[in-house]
Design a protein around this ligand. Structure first.
Ligand SMILES: Cc1cc2nc3c(=O)[nH]c(=O)nc-3n(C[C@H](O)[C@H](O)[C@H](O)COP(=O)(O)O)c2cc1C
Length: 390
């Protein structure tokens, strides 16, 4: 099957969302390099535009952080200005436990987004992960859309990123090392996204031997390997399997925030792929709610845990940390600001950190270490789910 540029452009109000149009045909020829690059750029721009213009957040599912509550401390015995959010993750110092989650690269728009994100995390002493980086191997121009990150963030924590499906399909260790070099990366993120690969029109749901491929990667590179989902969550069992092969941290990327089933649903609708459209809709809210994933993964492993998937404010960050997360990551809320400027990205990140500080103040915790020990209550659906799992 090959994907060919198509002259037809949508006539409805969404036409500006999709820069390139493609139809599928069954000539059975493999894609030429030029076609492959066009297809990747088109897909990456679709992801950005859909996330900016369509409702892509979970509909019925929640992170379940609403079931986690702190006790107000009316005697914090500390001044607000003394709140210290500094922490360390994988040997790297952060001014606050916050990373900009993996989003993009591999398209013109992506370069702007990555540049603004990179400048902001550099200025604030935070970190970021780039989007799936395979596109950077194909073409110098595409490589620059990732490399722009290190150019603008010489000191910040930067994560490389590749899909588990790509490892399963045989991405070589040599190429993996090139991806790390492209960014002089501090960590190598591998995303596991079986649901996305199913709904995605060009999806590659190849997950056989992914675990052994991740193990090969862990053994071949000197950079710590981190494994994440993309919004459907990682279970305690999966986390333990990954810890056993030497993975250095787990980013849960649970349900309750951006739904990648939703993102690919819109692309399936656009390409008139009936079955993928129905599956995208059916699995829109599929996954492990983020607070549940943090609880399960924290109990299962000793390595650092990153809470992500629907983390939208500092109070949720504080809850995740009290539950045992070492760091938090947030993706979608930073996309719109990153289309404008690094200042806008900084505003959003500072707002989240301020919310974290206020929560620390109101729980009488002046450091992240103290916040880790803050008492909290779990009620409702989260309490039920935690006890229901056997
Ligand atoms: C525009 C966009 C593009 C994304 N692309 C990637 C990607 O290439 N690789 C990846 O690991 N995750 C990707 N993600 C998933 C995020 O890293 C994150 O796990 C997910 O969006 C849930 O976090 P959120 O609710 O804070 O957005 C992307 C998310 C967004 C919004």
């Amino acid at each position: 099957m090959i994907v060919m540029p198509c002259a037809a452009v949508r006539q409805d109000g969404d036409s500006q969302i999709y820069k390139y149009r493609y139809i599928r045909s069954n000539y059975g020829n493999p894609l030429s390099m030029e076609e492959r690059i066009k297809e990747i750029m088109s897909r990456k721009e679709d992801h950005i535009n859909i996330c900016l213009n369509k409702p892509v957040q979970a509909r019925r599912a929640h992170t379940l952080f609403e079931c986690v509550n702190f006790l107000n401390n009316a005697l914090p015995e500390v001044n607000f200005e003394e709140m210290d959010t500094a922490t360390t993750f994988l040997g790297h110092k952060f001014s606050a436990p916050l990373i900009v989650g993996a989003m993009t690269g591999g398209a013109t728009l992506a370069k702007t987004v990555n540049k603004n994100l990179a400048k902001a995390v550099e200025d604030l002493g935070l970190g970021m992960v780039v989007g799936s980086q395979r596109a950077g191997l194909y073409d110098k121009t595409l490589e620059e859309t990732y490399a722009v990150v290190r150019d603008n963030a010489p000191n910040a924590f930067i994560g490389s990123n590749v899909g588990g499906a790509q490892l399963s399909k045989g991405l070589s260790i040599e190429d993996a090392k090139k991806l790390l070099e492209m960014l002089d990366a501090d960590a190598f993120y591998v995303h596991l996204n079986p649901l996305q690969e199913i709904v995605q029109p060009e999806g590659e749901p190849y997950f056989k031997n992914v675990l052994s491929k991740i193990k090969e990667l862990v053994e071949a590179v000197n950079t710590p390997v981190v494994v994440k989902e993309v919004g459907a969550g990682i279970s305690g069992t999966n986390a333990k399997q990954l810890e056993n092969i030497g993975v250095k941290a787990i980013e849960v990327a649970g349900t309750g925030g951006t739904s990648y089933s939703a993102v690919e649903y819109y692309r399936a609708v656009d390409q008139k792929l009936r079955l993928k459209t129905e599956i995208g809709e059916l699995f829109w809210d599929w996954g492990i709610p983020t607070a549940l994933a943090v609880s399960l993964v924290r109990k299962a492993v000793k390595i650092p845990v990153v809470a992500s998937g629907g983390i939208r404010n500092g109070q949720e960050m504080a809850k995740a940390i009290a539950m045992g997360a070492n760091m938090c990551a947030s993706a979608w809320p930073l996309l719109k600001p990153a289309m404008t400027s690094s200042e806008k990205v900084k505003e959003k990140l500072e707002e989240m950190i301020y919310g974290l500080k206020v929560t620390m103040f109101l729980t009488g915790c002046s450091s992240i270490k103290e916040l880790c020990k803050a008492p909290y209550m779990i009620t409702g659906e989260l309490a039920e789910l935690i006890t229901a799992l056997r």
